[in-house]
Design a protein around this ligand. Structure first.
Ligand code: NCN
Ligand code: DMD
Length: 348
């Protein structure tokens, strides 16, 4: 696939590493006392190759898409909620709008494949690849051609905000049924049994959850030999998930800081990581979702999420909530006095 063949994620230059560690260790605090904030500041400074890293023009991109599998009763909510929530995002009334406003984060909503025609709106990107995916219980979710189109859609949106001076962006999503997609991706990409990957999504009852597990097990039996990340995406992903994969890859290629939200965004990250492991240096995992499966996925990725708030919403809410902590990490790095500046005695 042309998009994948052209992929070049720049490796991180480690020439500043010793100076960065020294700068952190000379701040007026016991060694290591700012914990994860120190690791975050170090990571961002390395990505930017700078002793004075900054967050510029932050964005949250919310990718939306519908899923054929939603018709098989795998979600607690009807498929129409996808377009209704897109409408809500554009009206400014969803959780992500509230948190993004609170932290001055810009937002854009990308219709990657919602089964609805939207009016024009300044915050909406009309990128519909199709009116939802095919039901993967019956046939692969999308063709290779549409998969590549969705990758390019996500990459183009990231390029557009990079041109606006953005160097940090969060990936969020909306799509009824997409925890089913994400569970399938996780199981195939990590080669772990489905039981570890399937959860209650929007809030299934015990009975509904059993039904979801049974259907997803049937899907796994239907496709025993999928190996490549692109084949796995084509078979099970949604257009919003594939667009996130393209966006994550392009963001790393552009040396932007990649903020990953919950279970579905992490599944997209996992596919991107399998395609280009060098993106690992650019990613920050914002929170650990309540969706069972996310914990296993984060462990497999050796990720250290910033927040544990029992969220299971998506939309990029974890990214918006973690953002001020990321900002604090750079503020301490750039503004805090050193032992020498402040005349404080160092460790004896
Ligand atoms: O981000 C998460 O960890 C998360 C966990 C559970 C559900 N969601 C959201 O809920 C929707 C998918 O849930 P479901 O039950 O319809 O598969 C989709 O719109 C996601 O944004 C999101
Ligand atoms: C109401 C609602 C809002 C959401 N936001 C992200 N996923 C969602 C799923 C539902 C059901």
């Amino acid at each position: 696939m042309e998009f994948i063949r052209r992929l070049r994620v720049p490796p991180i230059d480690d020439t500043l590493d010793a100076a960065l560690h020294q700068k952190i260790d000379q701040k007026t605090k016991p060694l290591g006392a700012l914990g994860q904030l120190e690791r975050l500041a170090f990571q961002v400074a390395r990505i930017q190759g700078s002793m004075t890293p900054t967050l510029k023009n932050p964005y949250i991109l919310v990718f939306a898409g519908d899923h054929g599998v939603a018709k098989s009763g795998v979600s607690a909510y009807p498929q129409d909620v996808t377009w209704q929530m897109v409408h809500n995002f554009l009206q400014g009334g969803a959780a992500i709008n509230v948190f993004a406003r609170q932290h001055n984060i810009s937002m854009r909503v990308i219709d990657a494949g919602v089964n609805h025609e939207f009016e024009d709106h300044p915050q909406l990107v009309k990128g519909k690849i199709g009116p939802g995916t095919a039901n993967f219980l019956e046939q692969p979710a999308m063709s290779e051609e549409l998969c590549e189109k969705a990758l390019r859609l996500g990459a183009a949106q990231v390029d557009a905000i990079a041109e606006e001076g953005c160097n940090v962006l969060g990936f969020g999503e909306m799509g009824i049924g997409n925890t089913s997609s994400a569970s399938m991706l996780m199981s195939y990409l990590l080669d772990v049994p489905l039981e570890h990957c399937v959860g209650r999504g929007t809030g299934l009852s015990d009975e509904q959850f059993e039904h979801k597990v049974k259907l997803l097990q049937q899907a796994a039996e239907k496709y025993p030999n999928l190996k490549s990340p692109i084949d796995i995406l084509q078979t099970f992903a949604g257009f919003e998930i594939v667009a996130m994969v393209g966006g994550i890859l392009r963001a790393a290629q552009n040396r932007m800081l990649v903020l990953i939200d919950g279970f579905i965004a992490t599944a997209a990250y996992l596919a991107a990581y399998k395609l280009a492991p060098a993106i690992g240096e650019y990613a920050i995992f914002c929170h650990r979702s309540m969706e069972q499966g996310h914990q296993h996925m984060l462990e497999a990725l050796k990720a250290d999420p910033i927040l544990k708030m029992d969220l299971r919403l998506g939309e990029g809410t974890g990214c918006a909530l973690a953002y001020p902590l990321l900002q604090s990490s750079l503020n301490f790095f750039n503004e805090m006095a050193s032992f020498a500046d402040a005349g404080v005695s160092e460790k004896s």
